[in-house]
Write a protein that binds this ligand. Structure first.
Ligand code: ZN
Length: 403
């Protein structure tokens, strides 16, 4: 359990900040975390409090080692430069982990979403059991260089359904997992003093884009991620949609062709067997292992005009447009973000996607924006970091003893 002691700051109960002050500390830290360096004047305007209150809040967060003031580098400002408040250069870091079928990527991520260091371990065809993932994460926590900073938590993205309360992966067909107690396995290895959170990859991709990326300011947005599997992170009226136990958004297992290819989930013709990485490779006449490099080659060849690669991407684009049409009819999003290999499909075959969308959407003329994610292939990794920072951002007095 994380300690809430204030590292020597505000150590007597009488000096502890009241609820409003604590709320304002969290608000200020959140602005700096999401937007980076901000002047005191900007923070004053955003928080709607006095300059002196902002000064006191900045001083308190500085003492906690979470923010620091500096003179901005560069720029052509005339006169005395305004100091800016940014994430502390020695502030805490999160360990974020993106578990994909072909590789596990871990990163040390500082406040502000800065990647301090990273390591990628290819799975090389070996079975990726929950225990092996827990071992890899535990190794990463030790090996990643946080520059002497303290760790605030670990966030793990998995391509499967996740019950947030129990940190259990309900079903991850492409990993062969069912009811995997990943959160408990990680806590066994890391000890109870390191908070561990687990999330679904599409949900975390969306979280990253909401924090600092292309979903900012949107209340109704869907992030469709296509890798070996396909899934969706959904936000409706500003609220993430997860369902009763985290199984909402599994659009990759909507059957679109009952006579289609066999899916890992046991059914045939699921959407991910038609637009997932394996489908792109199969359609391009390149069966075999689904790796990011092999899929990137298909896109490179399609851009160069190689006929079969172009045809594969266009075929997937048509099915993708139909799937987006179904999402639009169900959820009425303002924006649909296409991540993973679907970013490549969007870049190369946007007209095919839009034609199918117009054909299958209830109101073809109604606008919906299709865009790639700002963080590209790092969305899940950065979303997992956001998950690990959640408690600290809600209460900056939350401190976790590092190791
Ligand atoms: Zn399926």
């Amino acid at each position: 359990m994380a300690s809430r002691a204030g590292d020597g700051v505000a150590s007597s109960p009488a000096a502890r900040p009241d609820a409003i002050r604590r709320h304002n500390l969290a608000l200020l830290l959140g602005h700096v975390h999401r937007d980076g360096e901000l002047t005191r004047a900007e923070l004053t305007a955003r928080l709607g409090v006095s300059r002196s209150t902002v000064g006191a809040l900045v001083a308190e967060l500085t003492a906690l080692g979470l923010v620091e003031e500096s003179v901005p580098s560069g720029g052509e400002r005339v006169g005395r430069p305004s100091h800016v408040v940014g994430p502390h250069s020695h502030g805490p870091f999160a360990v974020s982990v993106d578990v994909d079928v072909s590789q596990v990527t871990a990163a040390a991520v500082g406040l502000g979403g800065t990647v301090l260091s990273r390591r990628t371990v290819p799975t090389e065809g070996a079975e990726l059991t929950p225990g092996r993932v827990a071992d890899l994460v535990a190794e990463s926590v030790v090996q990643l260089d946080g520059g002497g900073r303290r760790i605030t938590g670990v966030g793990v993205s998995v391509p499967g359904t996740v019950d947030k309360r129990t940190r259990t992966v309900g079903i991850a067909p492409n990993l062969g997992w069912r009811d995997a107690h990943l959160g408990a396995l990680l806590s066994d290895r890391l000890g109870a003093r390191v908070p561990v959170s687990v999330g679904n990859d599409a949900d975390l991709c969306l979280l990253a884009e909401l924090s600092r990326g292309n979903a900012r300011g949107c209340d109704d947005v869907v992030y469709v991620v296509g890798r070996v599997g396909v899934g969706a992170g959904i936000l409706v009226n500003g609220v993430p949609v997860r369902g009763q136990d985290g199984r909402a958004g599994e659009i990759g297992h909507n059957v679109v062709d009952a006579a289609g290819p066999q899916c890992h989930c046991g059914k045939r013709g699921c959407l991910e067997t038609i637009i997932g990485d394996a489908a792109l490779l199969r359609l391009a006449g390149r069966p075999g292992e689904s790796t990011d490099d092999r899929v990137a080659e298909v896109f490179a060849d399609a851009r160069a005009g190689e006929e079969r690669a172009v045809s594969a991407v266009r075929t997937a684009a048509g099915w993708l447009g139909q799937a987006i049409g179904n999402l639009v009819n169900t959820l009425n999003p303002q924006r649909v973000i296409l991540g993973g290999s679907l970013s490549g499909v969007l870049e190369i075959a946007r007209p095919e996607i839009e034609r199918a969308l117009a054909r299958y959407a209830f109101d073809p003329g109604h606008p919906v924006e299709l865009t790639a994610p700002r963080f590209r292939t790092d969305s899940a990794l950065l979303g997992a970091a956001e998950l690990a920072f959640t408690d600290l951002l809600e209460d900056p007095y939350l401190t976790t003893p590092g190791f």
